[in-house]
Design a protein around this ligand. Structure first.
Ligand code: PXP
Length: 239
C-alpha cells in the first residue's frame, strides 16, 4: 500500500491571513499522524507566505513519522535544512507570484545547481526527492544527479478538464512512474490530488507515496482532520 504524506501548509495559510497564532499547523500535524499520516510535509517558501521557520523547527521536535521539507534549492534554504535536518527534502521550483507550485523543477536547465544541492543534503544524511513533471528526460537527469526519489507532478492530470486530456496526462504519469522505478528511484506523486482524482492511480503500484495537502485540509473543515486523513488513507488502501 502506498503511503500518505499530509501537507499542512494551508493551516498556516489560514493563520497568516490574520497574522495571529492560530490555527496551529503543528497541532494539526500531530492529529494527522494520529489518524495515520505516514509523513508530514511543509513548504517553507522564500516569501514565508504560510509556513514559518518556527513551524519547521517545532515540527522537527514533535513529528514522529517523517518530516518532509519542500523548498527551493537556494543557499538560504539549504542552510535551514542542514540546521533543522528534516528526514527528507523535496526540491521544488518557486516563483514569488505563483498561487502554488506551478510546475516541476527543470533539471535539464538547472542540472549543475541541483546536483550540488543534492550532494550537500545527502552528505548531511537527508534524503532528497525532486519534484518533476512526468517527463522521461527529466527523470533520467534525476537519476544521473543521484537523487533518492522523484515526486511526479500530478497537477496537469488533476486539473485537466476533458476526458481526452485526463487520459493523456495519466499515461504520462504511468510511464514516468515505470521509468523512475526502472532507474531505481523512489517514486512519489503529488499536487492537486483530491478524493476523486486519487482513484485514477488504481493498480499503479510503482507509486510509493502520495503527497496531499489542500484537499485534506479543505475537507477537515467539514469532517475534522482525523476523518479527513482516514478517508484518504482508505481510498489509497483501495487502489
Ligand atoms: N507536492 C508538492 C511538491 C507541492 O508543492 C504541493 C503543494 O504545496 C503538494 C505536493 C500538495 O499539493 P496539494 O496541496 O494540491 O495537495
Amino acid at each position: 500500500m502506498a503511503e500518505l504524506a499530509v501537507n499542512v501548509d494551508h493551516v498556516a495559510t489560514l493563520r497568516q491571513a490574520r497574522g495571529i497564532h492560530y490555527p496551529e499547523p503543528v497541532a494539526v500535524a500531530i492529529a494527522a499522524e494520529t489518524a495515520g499520516a505516514d509523513a508530514i510535509v511543509v513548504h517553507l517558501r522564500e516569501d514565508r507566505r504560510h509556513i514559518q521557520e518556527r513551524d519547521v523547527r517545532l515540527l522537527r521536535q514533535v513529528v514522529q513519522s517523517r518530516l518532509i521539507l519542500e523548498m527551493a534549492a537556494t543557499s538560504e534554504m539549504l542552510g535551514i535544512a542542514l540546521d533543522i535536518k528534516p528526514d527528507c527534502v523535496t526540491l521544488v521550483p518557486e516563483k514569488r507570484e505563483e498561487l502554488t507550485t506551478e510546475g516541476g523543477l527543470d533539471l535539464i536547465t538547472h542540472q549543475d545547481a541541483i546536483r550540488e544541492a543534492v550532494n550537500t543534503l545527502k552528505n548531511a544524511h537527508i534524503k532528497v526527492c525532486i519534484f518533476i513533471d512526468p517527463d522521461i528526460d527529466q527523470i533520467k537527469v534525476a537519476h544521473t544527479i543521484d537523487a533518492d526519489m522523484i515526486e511526479i507532478h500530478t497537477g496537469a492530470f488533476c486539473d485537466a478538464t476533458t476526458q481526452g486530456q485526463k487520459q493523456k496526462e495519466l499515461i504520462r504519469i504511468v510511464n514516468a512512474a515505470k521509468i523512475g522505478t526502472k532507474l531505481k528511484l523512489g517514486v512519489n506523486a503529488g499536487h492537486g490530488i483530491d478524493y476523486n482524482t486519487i482513484k485514477a492511480f488504481t493498480g499503479l503500484s510503482e507509486i510509493n507515496e502520495f503527497s496531499i495537502g489542500h484537499s485534506i485540509i479543505g475537507r477537515s473543515i467539514l469532517t475534522g482532520i482525523d476523518q479527513a486523513v482516514r478517508d484518504m488513507k482508505q481510498l489509497i488502501k483501495e487502489l
